[in-house]
Design a binder for this molecule. Structure first.
Ligand code: 26V
Length: 799
C-alpha cells in the first residue's frame, strides 16, 4: 500500500479527503486519527484473512482465550510498531506538520478491565500473534469500560468511561455471525427413541453480535482476532414482557464492565454477563469446528479453550450442554471432550474474591446449565465417596454445590485438564493450602505459569529512548528474543553505558514531571528519587504502609532540623472500587498528606507526594520509564503475581518489595544485591493466621514512630479530614491490623534507608538498574505464552 514516506503521504491525504469530505488543512486531529487507523486496518486486512485461511488449511490446533476483561489501552502506536511502519508514518506526518504522538494521544484508552488480570489478557494476545501462534481472544464489548477517576477535594469521584464515543476504528461488526443466547425459561424432558432428552424452552433470547478486532503480531505476518460480543435484542421479542423493558435489560448486559467489588448489588447482571460471554463464544467455536469437521467428537484435538479466572467457567457446563443436547452425545463422551478441551488459570487466593453463586440466582436464570452443574457435582461427589468412604466433611468441603452456593473454582478444577497459578509461590500456595484437597485428587492438573508482560508495549513502545540505547549496545535481537536482553549484563560494568542509562532515565523523569505539573500544578524536583506505587487500591497491597512511612519521614524532618534526606518524590496512582469504602479513605489520606507536605516550605524541597488521578494503561506508559523505585509491598502470600513489578524492572527501576508473588522470581533473577527485600515471609504470615500471636498494639506501643503516625490519623494532624481516617485507625488497632502493616513498618523503614544509601552512589544504582533490565527478558509474556502453548494448549506456531 505504501513503502516509503512519499507514498504514505499521498495515500494518507487522499484517504483523509475521501473519508471526511474535507481538505487536510481543515481536518481535525480526530479526522487524522480516523484516517490513519483505517489505513492500518486496510494495510493488514490481507494478512488477517490469510491468517484465518492458513489456520484452516493447515488444520492447526488453536486456542481460544476467554476473558471477561481485556485491558487493551491504545492500539494505534503498538499496531504501527508491530507493522514496522511507525517511522515512515512519523516522518510522513512530520512533513505535513503533524506529530504522530498527538494523533496517538487522541485515541481513547480501551479500558475493558480492572487491573492485572485484564492487562495480562491483553499482553497474552500480543504475544500469541507475535509468536505466530493461532490464538484468539473472546470477550465482551462493554459500552463503558472501567470508570474514569476524578479527584475532587481529595476524594475519588467516578465518571462513566466513554471509549466508544467517537467510534472504534479497529472493530468490524459481523452481524451474520451473531449467536443466540438463552436465559430464564424452563427445561422440558422427554423420551426420544428411548433416550432422555432435555430442551430449554420459554427462554428469553438475546443476540450476541460479534465485533472483531485484529491482533497484529510483531512483524505482522500473523493477525489473530479479538472477538468482543455486544448484547442486542433478538429478532423475536418475548411476548410476556414490555418491549422497552426487554430492550433495556438486554442491552444492559454489555453496558458496563464490573469493577471488582465486594458488593452484592447487580449480581444477576454479572452472572448474565458471564453466561453471555460463554454461550456466545462456545456457540461460535463449535460452529467453526462443525463447519470444518462435521461433528464434535475430536474437538479437543483441534481446539483448546482457556478460561481466564473463574468468570468464564460456565464454558464447562455450556460445552457439555452443546455436546449432550445438540449433538446427542453420551455423558461420558461429552465429559471426556470437555475435560480435555478446557484449561483454567487461578489469579487470586483471597477468599472474598472467589466466586460463589447462590442457587436461587443461578437456577432460574440458567435452568439447563444448572441441571448440568448438579449432575457434574453428583458424579464428582460419588467419586469422592468411593475414594474417601465416610469422609463426608471432606466431601462437603470439595463439593461444587454446597450450602446453597455454586462454587466456581471447584467447577473449574473438576471440569478442566489444567489448573495453573500465576507465579511460583502462588502455585505452591494453591497446591499445598488453598486447593490442597483438590491437589490430592488431581495432582497432574496443577502447574505454574509465571506471568509476563509484552516487552513490545512496555519497553519498545513506552520507552523508545531506552530501547534505542539497548539496541545500540546489543543489537535488536532482543525485540524478537527478549531473553537475549541478558547480553546487556556486561554493560552494567561499563561506565559510559551507565552514564547514558542515567541520561535516558533523567529524560523520562523530566517528561513525567511535566505531566505531573500539567495534571496537578505541582512542581517536582526532577533530580529527586521517583518512588512509585501504581496499582489498584486494596488493603493487601498496603499503600497504607507507604503512606505511614512518608508521614514518619515528614515528622522526622519537622522535629529534627539536623536530619535530612535525599530528595524524594512519592508518586501514587490507584483506582478504588466504587463500593470499597476503606480503599477510598486511603485515597483521601494520600491526597490529604500530599496537601500537607507539598504545602510545607520547611520540607517540600526534600519531600513531595503526588497522586496522579485516573491511573490507566496510557498513563502507566508514561510512569514506568520514569520510575527509580518500584513499590511492591503487599502482605506476603497475598499478591498472586503482580505484573507492574515486571514493567518497572524492564524500565530499569529497582524493586522495593516483600517476598510475594513474582517479586520472588525477580529476586532470583537479579540476586539480592540488586533488589530491596523486606518484611514477613509468606510462611510467617500464614503461621500468624493459623496460630495467632500477632498483637498490633504491641508494635504501636513499642515503636515511637508508629505510635506517632497512627495517632496522627485521628488527632487533628489532618485538619481537612475530621474523623475521616478513623476506619483506618480502627483497622490497625481495633481489628488487629489484618495485613501486618505495623508489623512490617520497621523493616520497611530500614529498607527505605538502604534504598537511599544505594541511590546516593549513582554508579552503583545505575549498575543495579542495568542488571535489572538485563534480567527482565524472562518476564516477557512471550516466555509465558510459549510455556502455555507447549505445556497446556499443545499448539504450534503457524510459520
Ligand atoms: C478481586 C476482588 C473482588 C472482591 C474484593 C476483593 C478482590 C480482590 C482481588 C480481586 C482480583 C482477583 C483476580 C485478579 O485480578 N488477580 C490479579 O491477577 C494478576 C494477573 O495474574 C496478578 O498479577 C495479580 O497479582 C492478581 O491480584
Amino acid at each position: 500500500m505504501f513503502s516509503n514516506k512519499e507514498e504514505f503521504k499521498a495515500v494518507f491525504l487522499k484517504k483523509l479527503e475521501m473519508m471526511h469530505g474535507k481538505r487536510f488543512e481543515e481536518s481535525t486531529i480526530r479526522d487524522q486519527y480516523q484516517t490513519l487507523g483505517n489505513m492500518v486496518r486496510e494495510y493488514i486486512s490481507k494478512n488477517w484473512i490469510q491468517t484465518n485461511e492458513r489456520s484452516r488449511a493447515n488444520n492447526h490446533k488453536k486456542v481460544y482465550y476467554l476473558s471477561i476483561e481485556f485491558l487493551l489501552g491504545r492500539l494505534l502506536g503498538s499496531n504501527l510498531l508491530n507493522l514496522g511502519i511507525r517511522e515512515v508514518v512519523e516522518e510522513g506526518l512530520h512533513d505535513l506538520g503533524i506529530h504522530l504522538q498527538d494523533i496517538e494521544e487522541s485515541e481513547a484508552d480501551a479500558g475493558l478491565g480492572n487491573g492485572g488480570l485484564g492487562r495480562l489478557a491483553a499482553c497474552f494476545l500480543d504475544s500469541l500473534a507475535s509468536l505466530n501462534l493461532p490464538g484468539h481472544g473472546y470477550g465482551i464489548r462493554y459500552k463503558h469500560g472501567l470508570f474514569d477517576q476524578k479527584i475532587v477535594d481529595g476524594f475519588q469521584v467516578e465518571l462513566p468511561e466513554q471509549w466508544l464515543r467517537h467510534g472504534n476504528v479497529w472493530e468490524v461488526r459481523k452481524e451474520d455471525l451473531a449467536v443466540e443466547v438463552n436465559f430464564w425459561g424452563k427445561v422440558d424432558a422427554s423420551y426420544d427413541g428411548g433416550r432422555l432428552t432435555f430442551r430449554h424452552v420459554d427462554s428469553e433470547k438475546v443476540m450476541a453480535v460479534p465485533y472483531d478486532m485484529p491482533v497484529i503480531g510483531y512483524g505482522a505476518k500473523t493477525v489473530n482476532t479479538l472477538r468482543l460480543w455486544s448484547a442486542e435484542p433478538a429478532k423475536t421479542f418475548p411476548t410476556n414482557k414490555n418491549v422497552m423493558q426487554y430492550k433495556r435489560e438486554t442491552e444492559a448486559i454489555s453496558e458496563f464492565l464490573y469493577p471488582d467489588d465486594t458488593h452484592d448489588e447487580g449480581k444477576i447482571l454479572r452472572l448474565k454477563q458471564q453466561y453471555f460471554l460463554v454461550a456466545a463464544s462456545i456457540g461460535s467455536i463449535v460452529r467453526t469446528h462443525r463447519r470444518q469437521h462435521g461433528h464434535l467428537y475430536q474437538l479437543h484435538e483441534h481446539v483448546a479453550i482457556h478460561v481466564n479466572d473463574t468468570h468464564p467457567v460456565l464454558a464447562i457446563p455450556e460445552l457439555m450442554r452443546v455436546l449432550l443436547d445438540e449433538e446427542g452425545m453420551s455423558w461420558d463422551d461429552a465429559w471426556h471432550i470437555t475435560t480435555n478441551t478446557i484449561s483454567y488459570t487461578n489469579h487470586t487466593t483471597l477468599s472474598e474474591a472467589l466466586e460463589k453463586w447462590p442457587i436461587h440466582i443461578f437456577q432460574p436464570l440458567l435452568p439447563r446449565i444448572y441441571m448440568i452443574v448438579e449432575e457434574i457435582n453428583e458424579r464428582f461427589c460419588r467419586e469422592l465417596w468411593n475414594r474417601y468412604p465416610g469422609q463426608w466433611k471432606r466431601i462437603e468441603e470439595m463439593a461444587i454445590i454446597a450450602h446453597g452456593l455454586v462454587k466456581m473454582a471447584h467447577l473449574a478444577i473438576v471440569g478442566s485438564y489444567s489448573v495453573n497459578g500465576v507465579a511460583k509461590l502462588h502455585s505452591e500456595i494453591l497446591k499445598y493450602r488453598e486447593m490442597k484437597l483438590f491437589y490430592e485428587v488431581f495432582p497432574q492438573k496443577f502447574n505454574n505459569k509465571t506471568n509476563g508482560i509484552t516487552h513490545r508495549r512496555w519497553l519498545l513502545k513506552a520507552n523508545q529512548e531506552l530501547s534505542l540505547l539497548i539496541t545500540q549496545a546489543i543489537g535488536d535481537r532482543w525485540i524478537k528474543n527478549p531473553e537475549t536482553l541478558l547480553d546487556l549484563k556486561p554493560y552494567a560494568f561499563d561506565a559510559s553505558f551507565r552514564q547514558e542509562l542515567g541520561n535516558v532515565k533523567q529524560k523520562r523523569k523530566v517528561l513525567l514531571a511535566k505531566r505531573i505539573y500539567q495534571q496537578t500544578g505541582i512542581v517536582v524536583d526532577e533530580s529527586s528519587i521517583f518512588d512509585v506505587q501504581v496499582k489498584r487500591l486494596h488493603a493487601y497491597k498496603r499503600q497504607l504502609l507507604n503512606v505511614l512511612h512518608i508521614m514518619y519521614l515528614y515528622n522526622r524532618l519537622k522535629e529534627d532540623t539536623s536530619f535530612s534526606i535525599y530528595p524524594r518524590t512519592f508518586i501514587f496512582g490507584a483506582k478504588a472500587s466504587p463500593g470499597y469504602y476503606y480503599a477510598k479513605r486511603i485515597i483521601k489520606l494520600i491526597n490529604s498528606l500530599a496537601d500537607k507536605i507539598n504545602g510545607d516550605p520547611q520540607t517540600n524541597e526534600q519531600l513531595k507526594v503526588i497522586f496522579l488521578e485516573n491511573y490507566r494503561v496510557s498513563l502507566a506508559e508514561e510512569i514506568f520509564p520514569a520510575a527509580d523505585v518500584s513499590e511492591q509491598i503487599s502482605t506476603a502470600s497475598k499478591e498472586a503475581s503482580g505484573t507492574g513489578n515486571m514493567k518497572f524492572m524492564m524500565n530499569g527501576a529497582i524493586t522495593l518489595g516483600t517476598l510475594d508473588g513474582a517479586n520472588i522470581e525477580i529476586l532470583e533473577a537479579v540476586g539480592k544485591e540488586n533488589i530491596f527485600i523486606f518484611g514477613l515471609t509468606a510462611q510467617e504470615v500464614l503461621d500468624y493466621y493459623q496460630n495467632g500471636g500477632y498483637r498490633a498494639h504491641e508494635y504501636y506501643h513499642h515503636d515511637r514512630r508508629i505510635k506517632q503516625v497512627v495517632d496522627q490519623l485521628v488527632n487533628g494532624f489532618f485538619r481537612d479530614a475530621h474523623d475521616h481516617f478513623e476506619p483506618i485507625y480502627d483497622s490497625l488497632l481495633m481489628q488487629n491490623d489484618e495485613y501486618f502493616v505495623l508489623r512490617d513498618f520497621a523493616a520497611y523503614a530500614e529498607a527505605q534507608e538502604r534504598v537511599e544509601a544505594a541511590y546516593r552512589n549513582r554508579d552503583r544504582w545505575l549498575q543495579m538498574s542495568a542488571i535489572n533490565i538485563a534480567h527482565s527478558g524472562y518476564f516477557s509474556s512471550d516466555r509465558t505464552i510459549q510455556e502455555y502453548a507447549s505445556d497446556i494448549w499443545k499448539i504450534k506456531p503457524m510459520l
